[in-house]
Every structure is written in C-alpha cells, then in structure tokens.
Design a binder for this molecule. Structure first.
Ligand SMILES: Cc1ncc(COP(=O)(O)O)c(C=O)c1O
Length: 379
C-alpha cells in the first residue's frame, strides 16, 4: 500500500492511553471485564442514560449478540438499509434470517422510513437502522411503525456515539444498539465495540451470550456457586488492555468531538461554493439532529465525476474513499433476489459518495491542502 501524504484516517493518542494500559498490567488483570472495562460501561451508561452497556470485541460482534438476543431464526425476515456495512445484516443472516433491503432517503442517506411498511410481512422480526454519518434516522416514525407491528428495532450506531435525535442520544431508541471503536471511529481502541441495552429483559442474557453462553457473571457476583453452560454464546468481551486505551479516549470526549466539529465545519464552509458550482452536494443534517461529527462526505453528480476527483486527490497524495456498495447487489444480496433498480437511491448514492480525510489530528494546513485540491477539479 502506498503511503499518502494526507491519509484518509490516522489513529491518534489523546491522553492517558499508555498510563492506563500500564495500570491494567500492574493490576494483573488484562482479560475481559477488568477495572477499565467497568469504567467504560459506567461512563456509557451514565452519559447516554442506557440501562446497560457492554463492551464487545467489535460492532460486528455486538450485532451478532443482538441477533442472538432477539432469537433470530431461520425464516425470519430482517429489514436493513441496502446502503450499510456488511456486518449490519450479516450478523442476522448468520442466525438464518432472510435480509430484506430497504432504500435510503436522498437527503440524510438514512433508511427511508416511508417505504418501511411496504416491506413488512408477518415474518418480519427486526428493523435495523444505521444512523449514517452519525445523523439520526427518523426515529419517531420508525418506532411508531415498529411498535404498531410488534417488530424490534436495533440501531447500528457505529458512526453515531454522542449524536442526538430530537435531544435524545442515538443508541437509546431501539431495544438494542451497537457501537464501533474501530480505528476509523471518533473513539477507538483499534478494534472494539459495545452493545447498548435499553430493555431490562435482555440484561442478564446479554451477559451470558457475551461470556461463551455461561453464567460466569452470576458466579462472580456470588449468585451461583459454580458457573456452567446455560445458553448460546461466544467470546465477545475485549481485553482490559483495550478497554484501558478506550477509556483514555472517552475521558477526552469533549476535546475529540470539538476538534472533529471544527474539521467538519471547516470543510463545509470552504467547499460550499465549489459544490454549488459543480453540481455536487454537501451533507444534510436536519435542524433537530445533533450529528456526531464522524465523517465528511460530498455527493458528486456522477460516478465519473467522483472517480475523477479521487484520482486527482490521489495524484496529490491525498487519500479519499467511497463506501457501501449496495448490499442488495452484492453476491450475497443477489442470492436473496437483489436486483438492479430495487433501491435506486442507494445505487445512485453508492456511485457518487466520496469521503474526505477526517481524523482528530487533521491540522488546518493539511485540510487546506485537501480543500484546494478538491477545488481544482471542475466537473
Ligand atoms: C454502519 C457500520 N456498522 C458496523 C460496522 C462494523 O464495525 P466493526 O469494525 O467495529 O465491527 C461498520 C464499520 O465501519 C459500520 O460502518
């Protein structure tokens, strides 16, 4: 891989990462559920106001836990936006679900709640929403539909930690929500995630699923005198070394979010003129959404225009990326009947979206270089 002068992402240290890792080592507890894992749980529960938070080894694994908790079985249908990450649906397909692909809105690029009802059948077990770029989906409508039809809502909030919809934190709307602490996210420990639980009925079973299907947590609390295999499960808990790193990042959450807000606003202000005269679009954030400042993207007028911009930036050693190939048109999606034209907005956006370099330590000089390079391209 060539090294870019301005990479797309760069993981950075913000404070006490090494000190806390040393403390975890000194305490002699570096497996899961050590002191720093508990501190992360406490912080997420308090800050977000969720009933229970459990660190996991990834957002993918938190989604797998969600599928297990909802007892997803062969023949169940799960609705998912086609413009999403593979794990968002793969976790449910692993349990035997049939994926039902929903299109997205052309403004926020979030699931199109207006078409949801037409996709619901008696077999629909869950609706998975992704708060794309940390901008909230239309949760009032989505929850209303799901409640009327008795369907669970899971929020894949990989992008949206500390974002809000109508004043309430993302991740607190569905019965379950998942977070990612992968290197590309606002807060990271390299690879990591969390499951947020908003319904007490899932609390105990989630602990069991996360601990290989055993009641080990009950044993540690002194509620049983030995622990044993009681349910399905796997090893979904991260090392306390990772939790120590993550907690150091959480401690500086205000600083991280404010740096990212500054970067986002700088792109937005300085690219407005260029997008206007080149048929491109800036991200749309509804007034009632507080975004999480996770990414900055532009929507180009065509696939050719996007590819030309990527090549132009690359020639100046600036890495820009695109993402989410439509799930319904993937090899797996086609096995469930995915066809061209089925989710037209997803298909169009997937061809046109371009993400610009975005990381906590992106300095103004480098950002200025990115902006100047973008402005050199006339579509
Ligand atoms: C929407 C979404 N969900 C899930 C994931 C998977 O996250 P992880 O790498 O933590 O498993 C990603 C990855 O970027 C994502 O964008």
């Amino acid at each position: 891989m060539t090294t870019m002068r301005i990479p797309f992402n760069r993981a950075g240290l913000v404070g006490n990462e090494f000190r806390y890792i040393a403390q975890a080592l000194e305490a002699g507890h570096i497996s899961g559920d050590g002191r720093f894992t508990m501190k992360c749980h406490e912080l997420l529960e308090k800050e977000l106001g969720v009933g229970k938070a459990l660190l996991t080894t990834s957002c993918t694994h938190a989604l797998e836990m969600a599928a297990l908790l909802l007892n997803i079985q062969s023949g169940d249908e799960v609705i998912v936006p086609s413009f999403a990450f593979v794990s968002t649906i793969n976790a449910f397909v692993l349990r035997g679900a049939r994926p039902v692909f929903c299109d997205i809105r052309s403004d926020t690029l979030n699931i199109d709640e207006g078409t949801l009802e037409s996709l619901i059948t008696p077999r629909t077990k869950a609706i998975i929403v992704v708060h794309y770029a940390g901008v909230g989906c239309e949760m009032d409508n989505i929850l209303d539909i799901a409640k009327r039809r008795g369907i669970a809502v899971v929020e894949d909030n990989a992008h949206g930690l500390f974002g809000k919809y109508r004043g309430k934190y993302l991740g607190t709307f569905g019965c379950l929500a998942t977070q990612s602490f992968h290197e590309t996210k606002n807060f990271t420990c390299g690879e990591g995630g969390a499951l947020l639980l908003n319904e007490p009925q899932h609390f105990e079973r989630a602990e069991i699923i996360r601990e290989k299907g055993t009641n080990r947590n009950r044993f540690f609390r002194g509620q049983v005198d030995k622990y044993t295999w009681v349910d399905l499960g796997s090893s979904y808990l991260p090392s306390d070394v990772l939790a120590a790193f993550l907690f150091a990042q959480f401690e500086h959450r205000e600083q991280i979010q404010s740096q990212r807000r500054h970067i986002w606003n700088y792109y937005n202000e300085n690219l407005a003129g260029w997008t206007g005269s080149n048929g491109a679009e800036l991200p749309f954030v509804p007034a009632y959404c507080e975004q999480s400042w996770h990414m900055f993207y532009v929507l180009m007028p065509s696939l050719q225009a996007r590819q030309r911009l990527i090549a132009h930036l690359r020639a100046q050693e600036i890495l820009s990326v695109f993402h989410y190939l439509p799930l319904h048109l993937s090899e797996m999606g086609k096995r469930w009947g995915g066809k061209e034209g089925q989710c037209p907005v997803t298909e169009s956006v997937s061809d046109r979206v371009l993400r610009l370099p975005f990381y906590n330590e992106l300095n103004e000089l480098d950002q200025e270089r990115v902006i100047s390079a973008v402005r050199e391209v006339n579509v």
